[in-house]
Design a protein around this ligand. Structure first.
Ligand SMILES: Nc1ncnc2c1ncn2[C@@H]1O[C@H](COP(=O)(O)OP(=O)(O)OP(=O)(O)O)[C@@H](O)[C@H]1O
Ligand SMILES: [Mg+2]
Length: 679
C-alpha cells in the first residue's frame, strides 16, 4: 500500500485528521474508529507533504507491542528506509535515549542503570532494614533492654509491610509532579501515626539519595530526569524544539502529568502536536494516568478537535454490547459509535461449572475455529487477572492448540509454580538434587550453596541419594537451626509420600500447599497483593491435579503413576512455551495488555462477579475504571465474542455472572448452557 492508497482508504473525518494543518490537534474518539490508523497516515503526510525528515518526527505510545505495530504500519506504507531515524516507541524508551546523550545534565553517570520493580522493592527493604539495625544498635549501646529491641523489631515488621505503599506513593508523586516535601502528609491517609508517616518520607529520601549515589534510576525517574534537563537547560529545549517538528501521541487518555510535561518540553510552539485517545478507554488510573490531560487539551492548547464516530472494527452487535456496558459510567464525555458492519453473530455467554469446564469449552471452540480455517493469530483469550491463564494453558496444551501468553510470565514459568514443582519433584524422586536445593534455599533455613555442594559430593562418593545424605546430615552431630529445619521438611516429605500412596495426587498437592513453608517465605516479600496472586497460582496448580487424574490416560503412556505423569506433562508444557515465538499463535493476555489491539475472535474469560469486577473494588471511581476495562475488552473483538464465567473458580464458589455481562441487552446474547460431564 502506498501513501495515496492509505489515504484514500480513510473516511472524510479521518482524512481531516491527516490533512489538518493545525499545530495542536486532538482526536477524541471511541474504540476501533481508526484513531491509530489515522495517525499512521498523518505521519506519512508529515514526511511527504510537510517535507519532514524521519528524525523530525516522534510518535509516543503506551506499550512496546503497540509501538512495534505502529512502526510496522508506517513502514508498510512508506518503506523501512524512509523511517530510519524516526522515533516510534514508548515514553520510557524515548527518555532513555535522551538521558544517554545528556546524562551529565541529568546528573547521572554515563552508564546509569535502570532499577526494575523487583530491584526497587529490594532497595527500599534494605533501607528499612538498615534503619531498624541502626536503632537496635543504639539500644544495645545504651540500655540493652530486650523488650525495647523486640518492640522495635515488631514495629519494623509493620514498616516492611508498607513497602508496596511506599513505592506506590512515590510513583504517584512523581507522576503527578508533586513536591516530595509533602510526602509525609500523604502517608497520613494510610491511618498511620504521624511519626510513621515521617519515617516513610525519610525512607523515600534515603532511597532517592542512594539511587543518586550509585547512579541508578527507576522507571519514573526516566521521565522526571528528562524533564529536569529541559527545565535546567534552556538551550537543550531550544535544540529539541528545532529538531522535533511533529509529535504524535497515541492512547493519550492514559498519560500522566509528568508525561504531559515531557510532551510540552519536546514540542516548540511551531511543532505539530497530535494527541489521540478515548476517555472511555482510560484504564491506568491506578498507575497515575491523569484523565484531565485529554479532557482539558482542547481548551488548554486551543486545539482543533476532531471526533470520530464510525467504528470499523466490530460488528453492530459487539458495538452495541460495548455501548450498553459503558453507558453505565457517569463520568464520561459520552459519544455515539455506529458501524456499517451489521454482523450476524450474537455474543455467546456461557456459565461453566468451574474453570476447567471453561478451559475445555474455550479450547474446543478455538480448535473448531482453527479447523474451519481461521488463523490462530486472529483469536485471543482475554482475562482480568493473570492467574486465569493457567487453566486455558492446560486445556490448550491438551488440545494441542498453539498459543502464546503475552505480558507476564506463562503459568509454568512463574517462580511460585517452579518452587512448588520443585517440591513435587522431590516427593517423586529423592535424588532430584537441583529441585531439593531450590526448595531448601527458598525457605531460608540456612541451607546454601556450600552445604549443597558438600551433600552432593557425599552422595556421589557413597553412591547414595541426595536425600539420604541430607538425612545423615540432619540427624547426626550437634543440632542447629538448619538441621532442625531439615528434620521438619524431611518429615513433611515422608508424610507427603504416604498421602500420595494412600489418597492420590490431588490430596498430595493439597497437603503440600498447606504444609510447605513456601507461603511463609513469600510472606517475607511483604507485598500482600503479590502473595495473594502467588497463592492463587499454587491453588490453581493443585486444582489442575484433580482434573488431571480424570484425564491422565494421555501421559500414562510414558509414566506409570499420576505424579510422574503430571510432572512430565508440566515439563512438556514449559518446553513448548519457550519454543513458540513469532509463529501464528493464539494470543492469551490480560485485557490491559490487549489495549489498542484487535482480533476476529475474542474469548473473554473469568467474567465472574467478584473477579471482574473484583470484590475488592470499593468506590465508584474504581468501579468505573473496571467498567472501562470491560469496554476495552469487548471492543477488541471484530466478528465474534464469547463471554464466560464459572460458578466455581480455584475450588471456591464465585458469585456467578458479572454485572457487566448483565448490562448487555438480552437480544444481543445467545446464552449457552454447558451440560456437566457425568463421568
Ligand atoms: N476508513 C476505514 N476503512 C476501513 N477500515 C478502517 C478504516 N479506518 C480504520 N479501519 C480499520 O478499523 C480497525 C480499527 O482501527 P484502529 O486500530 O486504527 O482504531 P483505534 O481507534 O485506534 O482503536 P482503539 O481505540 O482500540 O485503539 C482496524 O482494523 C483498521 O484497519
Ligand atoms: Mg488505537
Amino acid at each position: 500500500m502506498n501513501i495515496q492508497e492509505a489515504y484514500n482508504r480513510l473516511n472524510k473525518k479521518q482524512k481531516n485528521i491527516v490533512k489538518s494543518n493545525s499545530l495542536r490537534l486532538l482526536v477524541l474518539a471511541g474504540a476501533g474508529t481508526g484513531k491509530t490508523s489515522s495517525i499512521v497516515v498523518r505521519i506519512t503526510k508529515h514526511l511527504s507533504n510537510d517535507g519532514f525528515l524521519p528524525e523530525n518526527i516522534v510518535a509516543l505510545t503506551f506499550s512496546n507491542k503497540a509501538a512495534r505495530e505502529l512502526k510496522e504500519r508506517v513502514e508498510l506504507i512508506v518503506g523501512k528506509s524512509k523511517c530510519e531515524g524516526m522515533f516510534i516507541g514508548t515514553f520510557h524508551a524515548f527518555c532513555v535515549r535522551v538521558l544517554k546523550n545528556f546524562y551529565e545534565e541529568a546528573l547521572l553517570t554515563e552508564n546509569f542503570q535502570i532499577l526494575d520493580s523487583d530491584d526497587q522493592k529490594s532497595l527500599i527493604k534494605t533501607i528499612i532494614k538498615a534503619r531498624e539495625l541502626k536503632i537496635i544498635d543504639e539500644i544495645k549501646r545504651k540500655t540493652h533492654k530486650k523488650e525495647d529491641i523486640d518492640s522495635i523489631k515488631s514495629e519494623f515488621k509493620t514498616h516492611l509491610g508498607m513497602t508496596k505503599n511506599i513505592i506506590a506513593v512515590l510513583s504517584e508523586f512523581k507522576n503527578n509532579e508533586l513536591p516530595l516535601t509533602h510526602l509525609a502528609n500523604r502517608f497520613l491517609d494510610f491511618n498511620v501515626p504521624a511519626e510513621y508517616a515521617l519515617l516513610y518520607a525519610a525512607i523515600i529520601n534515603d532511597y532517592e539519595n542512594k539511587k543518586n549515589a550509585v547512579g541508578v534510576v527507576d522507571f519514573d525517574d526516566l521521565i522526571v530526569k528528562t524533564n529536569f534537563i529541559f527545565s535546567e537547560h534552556e538551550w537543550i529545549k531550544k535544540e529539541f524544539g528545532k529538531r522535533i517538528k511533529a509529535v504524535l501521541v497515541d492512547e493519550y487518555q492514559d498519560t500522566s502529568k509528568v508525561q504531559s510535561t515531557l510532551i510540552s518540553n519536546i514540542c516548540s510552539q511551531e511543532s505539530f502536536l497530535t494527541v489521540i485517545g478515548d476517555d472511555d478507554q482510560s484504564i491506568y488510573g491506578w498507575r497515575g494516568a491523569y484523565i484531565d490531560n485529554i479532557l482539558g487539551f482542547g481548551e488548554r492548547e486551543n486545539a482543533q478537535v476532531i471526533k470520530l464516530e464510525q467504528n470499523y472494527r466490530s460488528s453492530q452487535i459487539i458495538l452495541s454490547a460495548a455501548n450498553s456496558i459503558i453507558k453505565n459510567n457517569k463520568h464520561r464525555l459520552g459519544k455515539s459509535l455506529w458501524t456499517d458492519n451489521i454482523g450476524i453473530e450474537k455474543i455467546t455467554t456461557i456459565t461453566c461449572y468451574n474453570n476447567f469446564e471453561e478451559g475445555d469449552y474455550v479450547a474446543a471452540k478455538v480448535k473448531k475455529l482453527i479447523e474451519d480455517g481461521s488463523s490462530p493469530s486472529s483469536i485471543a483469550i482475554l482475562y482480568r487477572k493473570n492467574f486465569m491463564s493457567s487453566t486455558i494453558e492446560g486445556a490448550f496444551h491438551k488440545s494441542q492448540i498453539p498459543y502464546k501468553v503475552y505480558g507476564g510470565l506463562s503459568f509454568w514459568q512463574r517462580t511460585e509454580i517452579k518452587d512448588f514443582m520443585a517440591l513435587l519433584k522431590w516427593v517423586r524422586n529423592p535424588d532430584q538434587s537441583l529441585s531439593i536445593k531450590r526448595y531448601l534455599t527458598l525457605i531460608k533455613i540456612g541451607y546454601g550453596e556450600l552445604k549443597h555442594i558438600a551433600i552432593n559430593r557425599l552422595s556421589e562418593e557413597n553412591n547414595t541419594t541426595y536425600e539420604t545424605e541430607l538425612i545423615n546430615f540432619a540427624f547426626n552431630g550437634k543440632s542447629n537451626r538448619t538441621k532442625e529445619g531439615l528434620k521438619a521438611i524431611i518429615s513433611m516429605i515422608n508424610n507427603a509420600r504416604t498421602i500420595y500412596r494412600e489418597e492420590g495426587l490431588h490430596k498430595l498437592t493439597i497437603y503440600l500447599s498447606d504444609a510447605c513453608n513456601i507461603a511463609d517465605s513469600y510472606k517475607k516479600i511483604k507485598d500482600p497483593e503479590k502473595i495473594i496472586e502467588m497463592m492463587q497460582n499454587i491453588a490453581a496448580l493443585s486444582d489442575m491435579t484433580e482434573h488431571f487424574i480424570s484425564e491422565s490416560d494421555v501421559s500414562s503412556q510414558v509414566a506409570n503413576d499420576d505424579l510422574t505423569a503430571f510432572l512430565i506433562s508440566a515439563d512438556l508444557q514449559l518446553d513448548g512455551v519457550e519454543e513458540k515465538e513469532e509463529k501464528n499463535l493464539v494470543s492469551i493476555m490480560t485485557i490491559h495488555a490487549a489495549k489498542g489491539l484487535e482480533f476476529s475472535y475474542v474469548f473473554l474469560i473469568g467474567v465472574d462477579e467478584g473477579h471482574f469486577p473484583s470484590e475488592r473494588i470499593f468506590d465508584i471511581t474504581e468501579m468505573e475504571e473496571e467498567r472501562r476495562i470491560a469496554y476495552v475488552a469487548v471492543t477488541r473483538a471484530k466478528e465474534k465474542l464469547w463471554i464466560s464465567c464459572a460458578n466455581n473458580r480455584l475450588g471456591k464458589p464465585t458469585q456467578g455472572e458479572s454485572q457487566f455481562t448483565k448490562e448487555i441487552p438480552q437480544e444481543l446474547i445467545n446464552k449457552e448452557r454447558l451440560v456437566r460431564k457425568l463421568f
